[in-house]
Design a protein around this ligand. Structure first.
Ligand code: SF4
Length: 360
């Protein structure tokens, strides 16, 4: 018997998105929070290591385990076209449903140990406390980020629903920064309950081989999530981390930009520079020319808003009107200079009147 069987899991929150598998006596359950759709035997974790089956009940052991609480500019997520120059209270919780070999937040997402679980029980941060922090620090919204919001979905949802129910916090906006590996059921819940206002999804590769090898996931559920959220009018931006020898070739840039274009030329696309992290320390940072080539291909394919992040390159984070090329938003390392007229009249270029995909 492993030591986990001695833990009283009843003191953790029961998960909300699972089903007992009643066809035998094994007390197994199926979690349908993300597209792994884990079948979890009694006394075992799901792939994310933060959902545990104890006697046929699934528990979410990181409910309330907010880590890394900080106020960030929304541009840091990155979200460049949603409420520019606002401030968001940001946090994540331990664990992840991916195991990205290059994870920048690996101490939070990957290094969860069995011994951590016992300490979790004593330090819940209630949703009301998160909201109070947002009020105290005059945040404009809350970002569920750093690790993967899918795997702390019940916690995020509790915070959002409470926020909407209180006069003081009902105007806070809520954003996810996600790998997009949602289940269909969770996507329906997000849209059906009107939970989030905007999302940035990491579209990491354009083939299953790299998705599986580097992240443990697959491509199609991510594409499905992007299409679903776009179709349901959630403000959406996409990030692609460009990693040498894995996805820095023209063919991948073509596939990626064509996929985005097929949804809308107005979806902001962020190419981000890779630096060695975690288990990918022997690779060199992305060659700048490859980032510029990605941008060139995206422009040639007709996308309107393309950005390059994680570099000191000039003029790659600014937003211009796609029609008359008037500078709308200038960004320098999270310092934002918003066109004055745009503040008063969002959605339209103040010079030529072109309809913009910017929510002020
Ligand atoms: S959240 Fe995803 S990885 Fe975690 S147990 Fe559920 S289906 Fe598995």
């Amino acid at each position: 018997m492993n030591s986990l069987s001695n833990i009283k899991f009843q003191s953790f929150k029961e998960a909300e998105f699972y089903q007992p598998l009643d066809f035998d006596d094994s007390k197994s359950v199926k979690c349908f929070l993300c597209s792994h759709y884990c079948t979890i035997k009694n006394n075992n974790f799901g792939i994310c290591k933060v959902r545990f089956n104890s006697e046929g009940k699934l528990y979410t052991i990181t409910w309330g385990q907010a880590e890394g609480l900080a106020i960030d500019p929304i541009e840091k997520k990155p979200l460049y076209h949603f409420k520019p120059s606002t401030r968001v209270l940001s946090f994540g919780t331990p664990g992840c449903n991916f195991f990205c070999l290059n994870c920048q937040n690996n101490t939070l997402s990957q290094l969860i140990k069995k011994s951590d679980i016992l300490s979790f029980k004593n330090k819940n941060i209630e949703p009301s406390e998160i909201l109070q922090l947002a009020v105290n620090y005059k945040a404009d919204g809350i970002a569920y980020t750093y690790s993967e919001p899918t795997i702390f979905f019940e916690y995020a949802r509790d915070i959002i629903l409470l926020s909407k129910s209180k006069e003081e916090t009902k105007n806070l906006f809520h954003i996810f920064v996600s790998n997009g590996y949602f289940s269909k059921e969770i996507l329906e819940t997000i849209v059906g309950e009107n939970l989030i206002d905007a999302i940035n999804i990491d579209l990491k590769f354009f083939d299953d081989k790299n998705y599986k090898k580097i992240t443990g996931g697959t491509l199609k559920p991510v594409l499905d999530s992007i299409e679903f959220l776009y179709k349901h009018k959630i403000h959406l931006e996409i990030t692609n981390l460009v990693i040498p020898d894995l996805n820095d070739n023209d063919e991948d840039f073509q596939k990626l930009t064509n996929f985005v274009l097929n949804l809308s030329k107005d979806i902001p696309l962020h190419f981000s520079r890779f630096y060695p992290h975690y288990k990918m320390l022997t690779k060199h940072p992305t060659i700048i020319d490859r980032l510029l080539r990605a941008k060139e291909i995206a422009i040639n394919n007709g996308l309107n808003y393309i950005y390059i992040g994680n570099t000191d390159l000039p003029d790659v984070e600014n937003t211009y009107c796609p029609k008359c090329h008037n500078l709308l938003i200038e960004r320098k390392r999270y310092r934002i200079f918003l066109n004055f007229e745009l503040k008063k009249n969002d959605n339209f270029c103040p010079v030529c009147g072109y309809k913009l995909n910017i929510i002020s």
